[in-house]
Design a protein around this ligand. Structure first.
Ligand SMILES: [Fe+2]
Length: 160
């Protein structure tokens, strides 16, 4: 039987910048991928899980830097707090990864549940606030004046 996703994308998560929305969709995909890899129960599941996890952490770093660049460019008033949330999350995750790698009492499901809750809350609350701010700029017609051009670097899209 196929393993169900633990989190799904909702239209209401949109932050009004397609580049960020697409990255959030990918974060949700990665969370589901981690979930599946910890539910498959194979002998090599720990190595597999750690490999997927390292890829996910790399993607999170790329995503946070995109969001921070957008916030800086639009002089977002909540930038400091939002960046702090990102930093705290990265530190927590790195600590957990270190623990997971070392311990015999390896509990990937608890960790994936924590990731899912963080990603959902962060997108639904903090990123949504940013989205509302960007929508306001869009309505005023000032968002177009801020350069948000995108270019492709290897397989990723980054802001110019
Ligand atoms: Fe964010």
């Amino acid at each position: 039987m196929a393993i169900k996703d633990i989190v799904t994308w909702q239209k209401s998560y949109s932050v009004n910048i397609p580049l960020i929305d697409v990255q959030h969709m990918e974060l949700i995909n990665l969370t589901n991928k981690l979930y599946r890899s910890c539910m498959n129960g194979r002998d090599n599941s720990k190595e597999m899980f750690m490999t997927v996890l390292r890829g996910a952490i790399d993607y999170v770093g790329y995503h946070f830097s995109t969001e921070e660049k957008v916030m800086e460019r639009v002089a977002y008033p909540g930038y400091g707090n939002h960046k702090q949330e990102h930093n705290t999350f990265v530190l927590d995750v790195l600590k957990s990864v270190d623990n997971l790698a070392k311990t015999d009492k390896y509990n990937p499901l608890a960790f994936v549940t924590y990731l899912k809750d963080w990603v959902l809350t962060h997108i639904a609350v903090s990123d949504k606030e940013l989205g509302q701010y960007l929508l306001g700029l869009k309505k005023q017609g000032t968002l177009q004046n801020i350069t948000l051009r995108v270019k492709q670097v290897s397989n990723r899209f980054v802001l110019e």
